[in-house]
Write a protein that binds this ligand. Structure first.
Ligand code: FAD
Length: 487
């Protein structure tokens, strides 16, 4: 119970960022535990993560903030929305309310990390207490180090060290009521225009952002696809994975909560332990990405392996446009790119296929692909996106070697054997039988005629010949000075 003295004490500003939840939220728990009034605020700062946020991301943010705002209002402390430079807005709130403390869950991306540190120093100099907590990772960067005291550059030993070291904090449900300061100005979220209307290219998005929906998605996963995750996750026509990536990115769930739910399902015999382990390893990739980016901030723009910065990328704008529009003539690639455009999300296996196609078949710089994903993914996450693009490009830490070049036809035949995924996203090919759906250019003319596919009219011919593109890519690889690889 809050005493009168506590309620009269200077309020605490609770700065929400990518921790848009009430459960398992250390900054919120600590703020409420002070017994002082808590002012929850979200600041729309155009600087985002150091680069402007993509439109799909903002679409998610819009809905997630509305959900958080409703949950906070129910507990008596409406979310204050402010727009502008973060430090300026925090200072404005301090002068309006007399707050002398700011609590936040930390962000670990290079730009946000440096900005938060500068703000904390400046406010501390002015007598304001600033405290950061870890609300987004199993273990914060800097806490999982090699025997020599440096960051891990290889995934498996990192994962082993992480799982051996990191301890789940106790689950907390979040406060039932929150004392606050009333009467503060708050922006109208509609006026922020986060949901792009013209053109409303996100009209087909079928997601429910917010903490309650995230918890439901977690239960749906542990009660279903988890059982066969290791195989199901590779088949894009099925719901084989959790689809939790955007919920995790925006902090609608703590990763420990996800892991504990998965472990519980295994302990109770609802899923084989090996499936739970495989899933937890993917969450560990998320951690690995965050730790890597924190330790090597240059990798947002430069290759982790510096020799790849000299790679002879092609300036192929026509190829890039065909890729973004899902018109490359390779059905699995086109299906993935269209799924991304239509839903703001793409299946992981297909992300690897389309990324490999861009970088190796078209020889287009991975940074262009990364930027496209950044704008179009609802789960766009700087660390995960950069790490995975560099993994595919062969330039990252513990990356897939460049000379391992995915054959898009073989990948389609292996992981979308029935062709159902392609049929769903490339409807002009829907009448093709499974035998030809991943290689329509090779189909006999009567098969194409029966399926009403006129190559070059209804569906493009391949924009590159994969076998030739492969040879070209391997030749380009040789051009890298001091390359460690040969084919
Ligand atoms: P699940 O298979 O259910 O995995 C559970 C969680 O583990 C995911 O939600 C995610 O948080 C994490 N995870 C899974 N795979 C990876 C991985 N390879 N690397 C890091 N974390 C992982 N993921 C993003 O969250 N944001 C991105 O911007 C992003 N960009 C990518 C770009 C490329 C080129 C590739 C190949 C992968 C990218 N991924 C990214 C990783 C992965 O594709 C998605 O996390 C996954 O498809 C999300 O679906 P899910 O939630 O069903 O995953």
């Amino acid at each position: 119970m809050t005493t009168k003295a506590e309620a009269d004490a200077a309020p605490v500003i609770l700065w929400f960022r990518r921790d848009l939840r009430l459960a398992d939220n250390p900054a919120l728990n600590h703020a409420v535990a002070t017994g002082r009034p808590v002012i929850p605020v979200y600041i729309l700062d155009g600087a985002g993560d150091g680069r402007a946020r993509g439109e799909a991301s903002l679409w998610w943010l819009d809905k997630s903030l509305r959900a958080l705002s409703a949950a906070l209002s129910e507990r008596g402390a409406p979310l204050v929305l402010r727009r502008g430079d973060s430090e300026g807005q925090i200072r404005r709130l301090i002068s309006e309310t007399g707050a002398d403390t700011v609590f936040m869950n930390r962000l670990f991306e290079p730009y946000a990390w440096a900005r938060d540190r500068d703000i904390a120093h400046a406010l501390t100099d002015d007598g304001v207490e600033c405290r950061g907590f870890n609300g987004s990772l199993m273990s914060p960067p800097g806490s999982v180090l090699t025997g020599a005291g440096g960051p891990y550059k290889v995934f498996t030993p990192f994962k082993n060290a992480l799982l051996a070291r990191a301890e789940p904090p106790p689950h907390t449900t979040g406060p039932r009521s929150i004392a606050t300061v009333s009467g503060l100005d708050s922006d109208d979220i509609d006026a922020w225009g986060l949901h792009p209307r013209r053109p409303d290219w996100l009209g087909g998005f079928d997601w429910t952002p917010g903490e309650a929906a995230a918890v439901e998605a977690l239960h749906a996963f542990t009660g279903g696809p988890l059982k066969t995750y290791s195989v199901g996750r590779d088949h894009p026509a099925e719901v084989g994975g959790s689809r939790l990536s955007a919920h995790l990115h925006w902090g609608e769930l703590h990763p420990w909560r996800v892991i504990q739910a998965v472990r519980k399902a295994a302990d109770e015999g609802r899923a084989p332990p090996a499936e739970a382990d495989k899933f937890i390893a993917e969450i560990a990739w998320r951690e690995f990405s965050a730790h890597l980016l924190h330790a090597f901030p240059q990798i947002t723009d430069r290759a982790f392996r510096p020799e790849y910065d000299a790679f002879p990328w092609l300036d192929d704008n026509a190829g890039f446009t065909a890729w973004t529009r899902g018109l490359t003539g390779y059905p699995i690639v086109d299906a993935g790119m269209r799924q991304l455009w239509a839903t703001g999300w793409m299946h992981n296996r297909v992300r690897m296929i389309v990324a490999s196609f861009l970088v190796k078949d078209l020889l287009i710089d991975w940074r262009r692909g990364e930027a496209w994903f950044w704008d179009t993914l609802v789960d766009a996450d700087l660390a995960n996106n950069v790490q995975n693009w560099q993994w595919v490009a062969g330039s990252g830490a513990d990356a897939s070697p460049f000379f391992r070049i995915f054959n898009p036809t073989a990948q389609g035949e292996r992981f979308d054997r029935s062709g159902d995924y392609v049929r769903r996203w490339v409807p002009e090919l829907k009448a093709l039988p499974p035998k030809w759906i991943h290689a329509p250019w090779a189909a006999p003319s009567e098969v194409l005629r029966d399926a009403r596919v006129r190559l070059g009219h209804d569906y493009p011919r391949p924009i590159v010949d994969h076998a030739q593109a492969r040879d070209r890519a391997l030749a380009a690889l040789k051009a890298i000075a001091n390359s460690k690889y040969d084919d």
